[in-house]
Design a protein around this ligand. Structure first.
Ligand SMILES: [Zn+2]
Length: 212
């Protein structure tokens, strides 16, 4: 009897290990995540968990020397709200479920709050359950810069606006089809324009048309 119960315990332990491994696997952002890091628990951004991957600020060095739009700190502070400045210019983060666009279902386009570049489309937005606006692709990849972010003992990909260097959020590889990507973005780094207004804006700003 003792032998059987030991065997049952052993099998249960193996099953639990396999289950936990399977649980963690799709949540890992990169195979190079250091052993013992909290990445497996954090990458899916559980609600109200301050240690979730999206919820942690970034510490990467963004090269501002090549950005098209450059402003002094005084100009940034004049343009942005304190919350927008903290998130977009100081690589901060906002609380999940308590931000402008996490639950937005309006049809339109999301612009960079720092330079008014169109970055994300509501047609690529999906319900990630994280409490932050999430997209499976950007509007135009050329406008999105990526930096490897190893802060907080995790390996993440920080994303920012390439035009002005404003921090946007992080990119994970556990998104839905067709890309499998999840751009976890701070609302504070975005502004929204309805589809009708965007169409007008795009027509006015398209190449070959002079601004009237
Ligand atoms: Zn920008």
């Amino acid at each position: 009897m003792k032998k059987w119960s030991f065997l049952a315990l052993f099998v249960t332990a193996i099953a639990a290990a396999v289950f936990l491994h399977a649980q963690n696997k799709p949540l890992m952002n990169a195979s190079s995540s250091p052993a013992g890091s909290p990445a497996s628990d954090a990458a899916y951004c559980p609600p109200d968990d301050a240690k979730s991957a999206c919820g942690l600020p970034s510490k990467v060095v963004i090269d501002m020397s090549n950005t098209t739009v450059q402003r002094t700190e005084a100009e940034w502070r004049a343009r942005l709200t304190p919350e927008q400045f903290r998130v977009a210019r100081q690589q901060g983060t906002e609380p999940p479920f308590r931000n402008a666009y996490w639950d937005s279902h309006e049809d339109g386009v999301f612009f960079c709050v720092g330079c008014d570049t169109p970055l994300f489309d509501s047609r690529h937005k999906f319900e990630s359950g994280t409490g932050w606006p999430s997209y499976w692709q950007p509007l135009e990849k050329l406008f999105i810069g990526e930096e490897r972010d190893v802060s907080w003992g995790m390996v993440r990909i920080e994303v920012h606006c390439k035009v002005c260097g404003s921090h946007l959020g992080h990119l994970f590889d556990d998104g839905p089809r067709p890309t499998g990507q999840r751009y976890c973005i701070n609302s504070a780094s975005l502004s929204f324009m309805s589809r009708a207004d965007y169409d007008t804006w795009a027509a006015r700003n398209s190449p070959g048309k002079s601004a009237q």
